[in-house]
Design a protein around this ligand. Structure first.
Ligand code: AGP
Length: 372
């Protein structure tokens, strides 16, 4: 009913709008006055976590994209190797797992059969399993050694939005917590990242206030057949997520690429007026990547692409090559997906509406996939 949707036409719109609160709720009560993370739910003893020599993330769909982003944070903050694998592929390749492996299973519903089978396999091999989940008491957390709940509130729309952002927050917390326990991250650093994470909620709010041009752009592309997405570093999984949203909602051919791979094949796809969304890393810090992406944008535009550029406020270098420029607030590099994904959600939702598709219940899809 309309009341259930809080006055929005679709649950997806409501859930997109709830993201600032969802992100804040996932952080709530998880840091103490001294700047230490208190993840009491993570009932895996500190001595076990100190012995861990590898992290393996398993998940499907959007949760898998959260895992791909988590890898950057985990490896950077803990110096532990981290693999990310589609849950449906995991146990069929005889993965190397033992008591020193920490497996992180990410699932909104907690009922995804592929993810459940992957974690069962991991536990049989002696690995410790931590679930990141949004649904209290669901099967995946029940079968895991521990769970960190995302506190996004119920997500009804088939297309995942607020669950994704909160999965990212939970992944950052797990990465910091591992760093805290293992002594690679100190209280002041943890406090600084948590402060950045807390301000992201406001940043997501600001993004949501500036979405009207994105909706207009989406409507103008309703007759297109293909949209490509490019990103680099943590922007690459964001590109994959943008493409997945468009597939499931707009039923369009959409693909995400690592921008550095363009020249190894995908650039052959570029033709006149093809919309290409580019997620641009911050020009600060990792400016090498920024410069490389700017030249990618030039290359595809020279070949006729219609460039839709998502870039930080104040990044002027991209402006001359952007047919459409979508601004996002300045964030630390690793946290940029929390703001960069939002315009892509809005874009896909509006395109679906413009094409007359059912937003909350896309064809052929179920909210949780409980078969293998
Ligand atoms: C996301 O928009 C999809 N509907 C889908 O990819 C989903 O993320 C995937 O099925 C995993 O679901 P889960 O998080 O409930 O395990």
């Amino acid at each position: 009913s309309a009341a259930e949707k809080g006055g929005y036409d679709y649950f997806m719109l409501k859930e997109i709008a709830e993201q600032p609160k969802a992100v804040a709720d996932t952080l709530l009560g998880r840091i103490d006055g001294a700047g230490s993370l208190t993840l009491d739910e993570v009932r895996i003893p500190a001595n076990v976590l100190r012995e861990v020599d590898k992290v393996v993330i398993v998940a499907c769909g959007t949760a898998f994209h959260a895992g791909l982003i988590a890898k950057y944070a985990i490896e950077h903050w803990t110096r532990l190797p981290c693999e990310v694998e589609l849950a449906s592929e995991f146990r069929y390749r005889d993965p190397i797992l033992d008591q020193q492996t920490l497996v992180v299973a990410i699932s909104q519903s907690g009922e995804t059969m592929d993810t459940l089978m992957a974690l069962r396999h991991a536990r049989e091999q002696g690995a410790h399993v931590l679930a990141i989940c949004n649904t209290n008491g669901s099967t995946i957390p029940r079968e895991s050694d521990a769970v960190l709940y995302t506190h996004a509130g119920p997500e009804v729309a088939v297309a995942s939005t607020k669950a994704f952002l909160t999965q990212l927050v939970a992944c950052y917390l797990v990465a910091l917590y591992l760093g805290q326990v293992r002594g690679t991250k100190w209280a002041d650093e943890i406090r600084a990242v948590v402060r950045d994470l807390s301000s992201v909620s406001g940043a997501v709010d600001r993004v949501l206030e500036t979405m009207e041009p994105v909706r207009a752009l989406a409507r103008s592309l309703a007759e297109k057949n293909t949209v490509l997405f490019l990103g680099r570093h943590v922007g690459y999984p964001v590109a994959l997520e943008g493409a997945l949203k468009l597939k499931e909602l707009a039923y369009m051919h959409a693909e995400g690429f690592a921008a550095g791979e363009l020249k190894h094949g995908p650039i052959a796809l570029i033709e006149d007026d093809l919309p290409v969304v580019v997620v641009v890393p911050s020009p600060r810090g990792r400016s090498v990547l920024h410069d490389k992406i700017v030249s990618n944008i030039q290359e595809i535009r020279a070949r006729g692409a219609r460039t839709i550029v998502i870039a930080e406020e104040g990044d002027e270098a991209v402006a001359p090559y952007a047919d459409h420029l979508i601004r996002i607030p300045v964030t630390p590099t690793l946290l940029q997906p929390l703001v960069a994904t939002v315009p892509l959600q809005v874009f896909a939702c509006e395109l679906a509406t413009a094409r007359g598709n059912e937003v909350d219940q896309p064809r052929n899809l179920a909210k949780s996939v409980t078969v293998e």
